[in-house]
Design a protein around this ligand. Structure first.
Ligand SMILES: *Cc1c(COP(=O)(O)O)cnc(C)c1O
Length: 371
């Protein structure tokens, strides 16, 4: 038989697939139990707004039809929500889809894309798929006072070359939970040549309570090379329906829409997202409960002198040193899934999603037993 792995495009052959968090059902099958919990993929432990389900049910009658490829209603809802024009919004099959559209729209073979050392693993993947060159900007040191392992925007700036086309900055960042102030971001964007696209990935925007933290959306008016991505997968609790979007200058949205698959997002997801957006009470409640849950986890780690990276998102990277992988496995045995992040070069850490109070207690009890 032909060795198909030899005839695939070289850049694709060199790719390592993204490893998602272990699904709850898989662990339950393996252990023969029925009460596993997943604190591994930064999903919302409180589900989604109660208003969404009825909207999804109503959509069931229309499954034979293609979705609205132009996402008319969702784009209108978002444009009203942000007071922006509808042609500034691009809808993706999750914001991962948007990241891919950005790479395909702006990166040709040999072009350079910059992201930080501990950045979201989807950035190198979408770059590699189009044979672009990933340039890694060093992150802040582990002993940095406020943002250990955080983004170092001066390192990003120094990494810029004639070949740079795209910059990915997650704010807050995954897997570190660190963040960049609006002031620093604005200063950075001012210095970046205006023909380089600066993507600010705000997947965890809604969780942040820091007063110096602000969305980069307001930068777009003055800096049309800035693109902001958002998602319904995190605080809105709709990860399974795959709806994300970008906000950008309309001419960038125009490009993204040329490479976008005509029906990249599904009809139930579009309807659910539109409804979810109207329930900001749910978002506020989740933000508060996440804050309390983060407090709960930090108190436990502090009282047992367990080190962690201070996080403003709905997850926390905890340092278990050489025991990290062992602890991951021992937690699995107890029906708790967390995330090893050795593939982010953080071998000594486990990333733990903040759960409900009850889930956090279960995690803490298990860790007390193990440690
Ligand atoms: C979870 C996450 C996303 C969201 O991905 P979707 O495709 O919208 O589910 C985007 N960026 C980062 C950094 C994330 O952690």
């Amino acid at each position: 038989m032909i060795q198909f792995d030899k005839i695939g495009v070289q850049s694709i052959r060199e790719m390592t697939p993204y490893q998602p968090g272990k699904p709850v059902e898989e662990l339950e099958r393996e252990l023969g139990i029925g009460s596993a919990i997943k604190l591994a993929s930064n999903e919302n432990p409180f589900g989604c707004s109660g208003m969404v389900k009825n909207k999804c049910l109503a959509e069931m009658d229309k499954l034979a039809f293609y979705p609205d490829g132009n996402a008319y209603y969702l784009k209108n809802a978002l444009s009203e929500f942000y007071s922006l024009a509808t042609d500034q919004i691009t809808i993706g099959n999750g914001s991962n889809d948007i990241l891919d559209l950005l790479a395909r729209s702006f990166l040709a073979a040999g072009d350079e894309v910059i992201f930080s050392k501990y950045a979201f693993l989807v950035y190198p993947l979408v770059a590699k798929a189009v044979s672009a060159v990933s340039v890694v900007a060093n992150s802040l040191p582990a002993d940095h006072a406020s943002q250990p392992f955080g983004h170092d925007l001066s390192a990003f700036y120094e990494a810029i070359s004639d070949k740079t086309k795209l910059i990915f900055i997650a704010n807050p960042n995954n897997p570190t939970g660190t963040w960049v102030s609006y002031q620093l971001l604005e200063n950075f964007v001012k210095k970046v040549p205006s023909n380089i696209i600066v993507v600010i990935d705000e997947a965890y925007f809604e969780y942040v309570v820091e007063p110096e933290y602000q969305s980069a959306i307001q930068l777009i008016a003055d800096f049309p090379n800035v693109v902001v991505t958002r998602t319904f997968s995190k605080i809105y609790g709709l990860a399974g329906l795959r709806i994300g979007y970008s906000i950008s200058h309309s001419s960038i949205a125009d490009l993204l829409n040329r490479v976008r698959q005509p029906f990249n997002s599904n009809s139930i997801g579009l309807a659910a997202a539109q409804t979810a957006l109207t329930d900001q009470k749910f978002v506020e409640a989740c933000k508060e409960r996440n804050n309390n849950g983060m407090q709960q986890l930090r108190e436990y780690f502090d009282s047992f002198s367990i080190n962690y990276i201070p996080s403003v998102a709905n997850f926390i990277a905890v340092e278990f040193k050489e025991r990290a992988l062992g602890i991951y496995q021992q937690l699995l045995q107890r029906g708790i899934i967390v995330r090893p992040i050795a593939n982010y070069q953080l071998d000594d850490f486990l990333r733990i999603t903040v759960g409900s109070e009850q889930q956090n207690n279960r995690l803490i009890d298990a860790l007390k037993e193990i440690l």
